[in-house]
Design a protein around this ligand. Structure first.
Ligand code: NAI
Length: 458
């Protein structure tokens, strides 16, 4: 679906009118264009800042960025043009007061960011409630959370602010830290904003950063349209072979998408008791193994609870949570996923409604919060098999599903994020492709929001 307001105000006289009237001014986001060659990872020089204690870690980060042919600076002074990104290394913080100097230094360069710039913090995980900890260290680490989320709300012109939160012993040069940093700096994370992604050790640097999924076989449910179709396209772009699943009624759309990505179409209702076995059989017969499962198929049956009917509540749970749970009994069993050196991945579609709740969506939010619980429970068994289980929680994404929302609430939802617009299916697909990649092997049991920092649940 197109966003007419965005088209009107993102340039020309419309932009001036919107500014004068104090109206939202969304801009076109920096996204990956598969047809474009030689597009730099970051659209300008990269400034690496740190607090005093984190300088050695910042050196490691800067060296890694240089290895990607980026124009890296450690000092904001001098003639360098507009910054494409600022990386703030805060891994050595021991007291919140130590955050002031690098925060203010960052503040001084915010007016010289390019459109679509990135600010990325690297910090350490705050201790869990009840764990023995130094209160000042805990305050400093948790402080980064509040700082980053507020900063992201101040950025303009499609710039985003996100952070990686490293486990206690995770090295700055760990594949998942480098992989996460590269994702957040790149155009692939266009609609990820205000998020702090926990990163553990593990993962592997891909042989090819541009096509990290070569040799991987993935199944995507609900692949005939919307987000699922975009996931199939992006996984295939990144080198994966794709089995696309959808209901027989969507067979034509599914065939078109699978032809486009040279994948395999499987007409199947995921609520069928033997859905997982049928998917496995097709993947193994065509490609020899199955590595990545993307639980994307989902439905909406919105109604206020007072008016809810059993078929709307139970029917939604059947598709959105019971089917993935049942299929995972097969997929998460030892030795089923992963082959030819590819690590297993289960990636499921949650929703911001499952985090924050949403009026009229008691059924949907039950299922989507359930997806988050399921993902956390799968993390340990998948890690045991060298794999990961993660969820992606989209906010408002422009698809047929959201086109069915009445105009006024639809327009309110669109403008309620820091980026003041809905995301595109490709934005969710990029996050899923990152989580499927070898470099994301240290991200496990997490929920990555792709919501433009939607106000709900932040
Ligand atoms: P969509 O309605 O455009 O596409 C869903 C696809 O799933 C359709 O092709 C449909 O035929 C298929 N499907 C439905 N039931 C099925 C079944 N029983 N077996 C096999 N396939 C089935 O939806 P959209 O917007 O692309 O959403 C995809 C996923 O993302 C869903 O899980 C949805 O809940 C989630 N999501 C979407 C958001 C949005 O803003 N569009 C926001 C948050 C989450």
């Amino acid at each position: 679906m197109s966003d007419t307001y965005l088209e009107l105000v993102s340039g020309g006289p419309g932009a001036g009118v919107a500014k004068k009237l104090g109206l939202p001014r969304p801009v076109r986001l920096r996204r990956t264009d598969p047809a474009a060659v030689d597009v730099p990872l970051v659209p300008g020089p990269v400034l690496v800042l740190s607090d005093a204690r984190s300088t050695p870690d910042a050196d490691v980060v800067a060296e890694g960025l240089l290895g990607w042919d980026l124009d890296v600076h450690r000092d904001a002074r001098g003639d360098h043009g507009r910054w494409g990104a600022v990386v703030l290394v805060l891994t050595g913080l021991t007291h919140p007061a130590e955050l002031a100097a690098p925060a203010l230094e960052l503040g001084s360069v915010l007016r010289s960011l390019t459109p679509g710039a990135r600010v990325v913090t690297l910090s350490r995980t705050a201790p869990a409630a009840g764990a023995p900890a130094d209160p000042a260290v805990a305050a400093a680490r948790q402080g980064v959370d509040g700082f980053l989320r507020s900063l992201a709300k101040e950025l303009r012109a499609g710039a985003t602010g996100n952070g990686l939160v490293l486990g206690e012993d995770v090295a700055l040069a760990a594949p998942s830290v480098r992989g996460g940093l590269r994702f957040l700096l790149s155009a692939r994370s266009a609609f990820v904003d205000g998020q702090l992604l926990p990163v553990g050790g593990g993962g592997e640097e891909p042989a090819d950063w541009v096509r990290p999924l070569v040799g991987t076989v993935a199944v995507v449910t609900g692949a005939a349209r919307g987000i699922g179709a975009a996931v199939a396209r992006v996984l295939a772009r990144d080198g994966a072979q794709v089995v696309g699943v959808d209901v027989p009624a969507a067979g034509e759309g599914l065939a078109a998408v699978m032809n486009e990505v040279r994948g395999t179409a499987l007409q199947l209702d995921i609520t069928a008791p033997d859905a997982a076995e049928r998917i496995l059989a097709v993947a193994r017969q065509r490609y020899g193994h199955l590595d990545v499962v993307v639980h994307n198929a989902g439905i909406l049956r919105d109604k206020l609870l007072a008016n809810m009917t059993p078929d709307r509540f139970e029917g939604l749970l059947d598709v959105n949570i019971t089917a993935p749970l049942r299929m995972n009994e097969t997929f998460a069993a030892p030795g089923v996923l992963g082959g030819a050196g590819v690590a297993p991945r289960i990636i499921s579609l949650a929703s911001t409604s499952g985090i924050a709740g949403n009026r009229g969506q008691t059924n949907y939010a039950t299922a989507k919060a359930g997806i988050i619980g399921m993902t956390r429970a799968l993390a340990a068994p998948l890690a045991g098999a060298g794999g990961t289980a993660n969820a992606v929680a989209p906010g408002f994404i422009e698809t047929d599903m959201t086109a069915s929302i009445p105009p006024v609430p639809r327009e309110i939802s669109r403008r309620s994020s820091s980026l003041q617009q809905g995301g595109q299916p490709v934005d969710v697909a990029e996050a899923i492709a990152f989580l499927a990649s070898p470099q994301a092997g240290g991200v496990n049991g997490q929920v990555l929001r792709v919501c433009g920092q939607l106000v709900v649940g932040q």
